[in-house]
Structure formats: structure tokens, C-alpha cells
Design a protein around this ligand. Structure first.
Ligand code: ADP
Ligand code: MG
Length: 439
């Protein structure tokens, strides 16, 4: 093949959105050489995005390995430049070496981030950090399962700072890219320069810190960098798939990450999932009725990325076949993405039963209206657990507590969530109750 990348680009261009093309495809260069062709990406995000989203198409144009993954020789832009001209420019300028063209995903802004009870708190924390970096929560540690919007919020912070605080030096990096950088500088005996560079930053955004696990040497370097930034009141934001305490990292590192605010990105409840679907559908000019949106949201419930995938697929199918998204169309296009209904034995009744026995109150009191502290507090715990453990709509859960409102439930959830961050004894009690509910 003459130029596999070019062929891929010609194929994909008419098949993806303009924004997608501008953001992810156009910045990529293809370098042909005698022994190995290279696909040069501006940063690691672009590489990951291409492999995540276009794997099936890339293997049509590029060879694939046994696992069906495309075999492509990727290279990150700035490293390439340095490697290529070692003699001409022995000491590359500090700037050229690290200055990544930070490609924040253009759609990952605060405005495009749909709020709901599962992410309101964390979004406002992110906005706080973005408007006053280094002055509110530092570090801000965002954790949660895959596809829930952690990277989206991280880039949201980046966009906001780049647009509003132009004099701030900001660097956004995946943990993998950080390690690659470090390896490169170790090899070139230029770690000091790298350190110096990091120390001049005002804001450091680090995605997916879990990849630092089991990388002992890198962890120590990272920890040093981290401390020196924090000591100068420079803002750090970290994302992770687990809370700090559950990461296999040194105690020192975990303690540092717990210094500031640790917040969890929850799984969106039904109403939020519907809002996200409607929002994404609208942006693709797909008219989605409320019923259909609810129908999809009821069947895809633990990952926003999958919701997005569903809308993409549905929209493509409807456009090609000139169809409207009815339930039949949804069934035939999306059924394989549907998750089995949440078939757990967990119910509000069961939660009330377990909380009542743990906290020594009567079940009826938990459903009742007494405001006495000995009762109201366990009731709030039961509400917290119900929201955490049930995938149901908030209104439905609230009404199962003897007709409480959705805002009472939310209030309870927020209060207990906050308390759990500092109250170890309560945390353990809640943990045990949870086990008894699930057991
Ligand atoms: P994570 O980093 O937690 O794995 P991402 O940030 O990559 O998840 O999010 C996955 C996809 O879902 C992204 O395309 C993101 O824009 C979208 N997404 C997640 N949460 C929301 C939300 N609350 N509103 C709108 N889009 C969202
Ligand atoms: Mg992510």
C-alpha cells in the first residue's frame, strides 16, 4: 500500500463529523521512511482516541496482530522532533521539548457536561478549581468507573483555564504519557530539565493515575513532582478509576492525594441518563421522543460512553435507512448493547430492614416522618444507600420512603456522602450494612 494513512483518512472523512475530523484526524501526520512508516500524533490522547474509536476501520487499512489490534507505528510529535535532530540542535529548547499542543477534546467542556445528582457536586468542585486554581481544593482527586465523564471534566477544567486565565501555565497529561516522558528523559539524562519544566507549571492535570500502580521508580518521581507543585500552591487535578486508598501505591503517595478533595463520579440515575441521551441526540439532529429516550436509558445504565455509542449507532442507522427512531428500530439496532435489567434482590424494603437492624430503630420509623435525631439520621443513611445501590429513578426511590420528595432524598445523600469522607466509624457501619443488604 502506498499510503495507508491517507487511504484511511479518505475513507473516514465523509463518515465522521467535522469536529471529530478536525480534532482527531487532521492533526495527525504520516511519515514514510525506508524501513518503517510512522503515524505521528500530537499527543497520547489522539493515539488512544484513534485506537478506541476506529480500531475496526484501521485494521482494514493497516495490518493487524493476532488479537485483531491494528499494528501501527505511532510516535508522539515532540519526541519525534527531538530525536530527529540530535546533532543540529543538541540542546533543544525547554519549550519545544514539553510544549504539547494541548488538544483538549473540543466537546469536553463544562457546558456540554450534563448535570445530575451523581455528578453535580464534582462538577461544581471542578468549576471551582478552574476559576481559582490552587486556591480551593488542592489536589482535586476525581475517581469513578469507566465512561462516566472523568476525562470530560478534566478537559473541562483545561478549557476553562485556557480561555479565562491566559497567563496560567497548564499541562494536561495521561499517566502513561507522563511515564513515557520520564523514560525518554531518563534515557537522555535530562530528567532535571523535565523536573524544572514541571515545576514552572501553574496547573497540572493528570488523567488515569491508576497506571502508576506497580511502577515503583516512576511513582517516586511523580510524588516528588507532586509535592513540589503542591508546596507552591500550584493546582493539581487527578483522575483515577479507584479512590486513593484502593490504589496500589505507596502510603506517601496515597496520603498526598488525599490532602485535598476526593470526590466520586457516580453512575447517572435514570433522569440524568435520559437528559444525556436527549442532549446527544439533539446535537446529532436526531429527534428522540421521551418514551424512546427512557426506553434506551433503562437498558443502558452504567456507562455514559455506551449511551453515546447507542445514540451514534441509532442516528447512523436512521439516517441511512430513512427511519424514525421507534421502539422497533431501537430494538433491532441496539438490543445487543442492552444490559440485562438490574435483576437484584435489593429493594428499598431490604435496605430499610438492614439499616433498621444496624442502627436499632424500627422499620416503620424509617418510613415515617419523625425528625428526632435517632431516627432521622438512620433514615438519611437508608436514603443514601438506596440511591447508591438502586439504579432506579430518584423520584421512585423517594416515594418508597413513605412518599418523601426527590429533594429530601438528595439532601440526605449529600449530607451522608460528606459525612462519610471524614467519619471512619460511620463509614465502617455503612459498609457493614451494605454487605448485609447485598448478602
Ligand atoms: P471516563 O474518563 O470517566 O472513562 P469520559 O470522560 O471519557 O469517561 O466520558 C465518556 C464519554 O461520555 C465522553 O464522550 C463524555 O463526553 C461523555 N460523558 C460522560 N459524562 C457526561 C455528562 N455528564 N454529560 C455529557 N457527556 C458525558
Ligand atoms: Mg478517562
Amino acid at each position: 500500500m502506498e499510503n495507508q494513512w491517507q487511504q484511511f483518512v479518505e475513507f473516514i472523512k465523509p463518515r465522521c463529523s467535522k469536529a471529530e475530523f478536525q480534532n482527531w484526524i487532521a492533526p495527525v501526520q504520516y511519515i514514510k521512511s525506508n524501513n518503517q512508516d510512522t503515524v505521528v500524533v500530537p499527543n497520547i490522547f489522539v493515539k488512544e482516541y484513534l485506537l478506541d474509536n476506529y480500531k475496526d476501520i484501521l485494521i482494514v487499512f493497516f495490518p493487524s496482530d493476532k488479537k485483531g489490534n491494528p499494528v501501527i507505528n505511532f510516535s508522539i510529535k515532540q519526541n519525534k522532533i527531538i530525536k530527529k535532530a540530535p546533532s543540529a540542535e543538541k540542546k533543544p529548547k525547554k519549550k519545544a521539548e514539553f510544549q504539547q499542543d494541548i488538544v483538549f477534546n473540543i466537546s469536553y467542556t463544562f457546558d456540554n457536561f450534563i448535570e445530575g445528582p451523581s455528578n453535580q457536586f464534582i462538577k461544581s468542585a471542578a468549576q471551582g478549581v478552574a476559576s481559582r486554581p490552587g486556591k480551593s481544593y488542592n489536589p482535586l482527586f476525581i475517581h469513578g468507573g469507566v465512561g462516566l465523564g472523568k476525562t470530560h471534566l478534566l478537559h473541562g477544567i483545561g478549557h476553562h483555564i485556557v480561555q479565562n486565565l491566559k497567563n496560567k501555565r497548564i499541562h494536561c497529561i495521561t499517566t502513561e504519557a507522563f511515564i513515557n516522558d520520564l523514560v525518554y528523559h531518563l534515557r537522555n539524562k535530562s530528567v532535571d530539565r523535565m523536573k524544572k519544566y514541571y515545576r514552572t507549571l501553574d496547573v497540572l492535570l493528570v488523567d488515569d493515575i491508576q497506571f502508576l500502580q506497580n511502577r515503583l521508580n516512576f511513582e517516586e518521581e511523580f510524588c516528588n513532582m507532586f509535592e513540589s507543585l503542591i508546596n507552591q500552591n500550584k493546582q493539581i487535578v487527578i483522575t483515577s478509576d479507584k479512590p486513593p486508598g484502593q490504589l496500589k501505591l505507596s502510603e506517601r503517595m496515597i496520603a498526598r492525594m488525599e490532602w485535598g478533595l476526593v470526590a466520586q463520579m457516580g453512575t447517572p440515575d435514570l433522569e440524568t441518563r435520559v437528559a444525556i441521551l436527549q442532549y446527544k441526540a439533539e446535537s446529532m439532529k436526531l429527534t428522540l421522543s421521551n418514551d424512546i429516550a427512557f426506553y434506551i436509558a433503562e437498558h443502558i445504565y452504567n456507562n455514559v460512553r455506551q449511551l453515546e455509542g447507542a445514540i451514534n449507532r441509532l442516528s447512523a442507522y436512521c439516517r441511512l435507512m430513512h427511519l424514525k427512531p421507534t421502539q422497533d428500530v431501537v430494538d433491532s439496532t441496539l438490543s445487543e448493547m442492552f444490559q440485562s435489567p438490574i435483576c437484584s434482590k435489593i429493594s428499598v424494603d431490604r435496605i430499610i430492614y438492614s439499616v433498621a437492624s444496624m442502627f436499632n430503630v424500627r422499620e416503620n420509623d424509617l418510613r415515617g416522618t419523625s425528625r428526632a435525631k435517632e431516627i432521622a439520621f438512620p433514615r438519611q443513611i437508608a436514603m443514601y444507600l438506596a440511591k447508591e445501590l438502586l439504579g432506579d429513578s430518584l423520584m421512585k426511590i423517594a416515594s418508597a420512603f413513605g412518599g418523601k420528595t426527590h429533594s429530601t432524598l438528595l439532601h440526605a445523600w449529600k449530607k451522608i456522602s460528606l459525612r462519610l469522607e471524614s467519619d471512619e466509624i460511620l463509614k465502617r457501619k455503612v459498609q457493614i450494612t451494605k454487605q448485609s443488604i447485598e448478602g
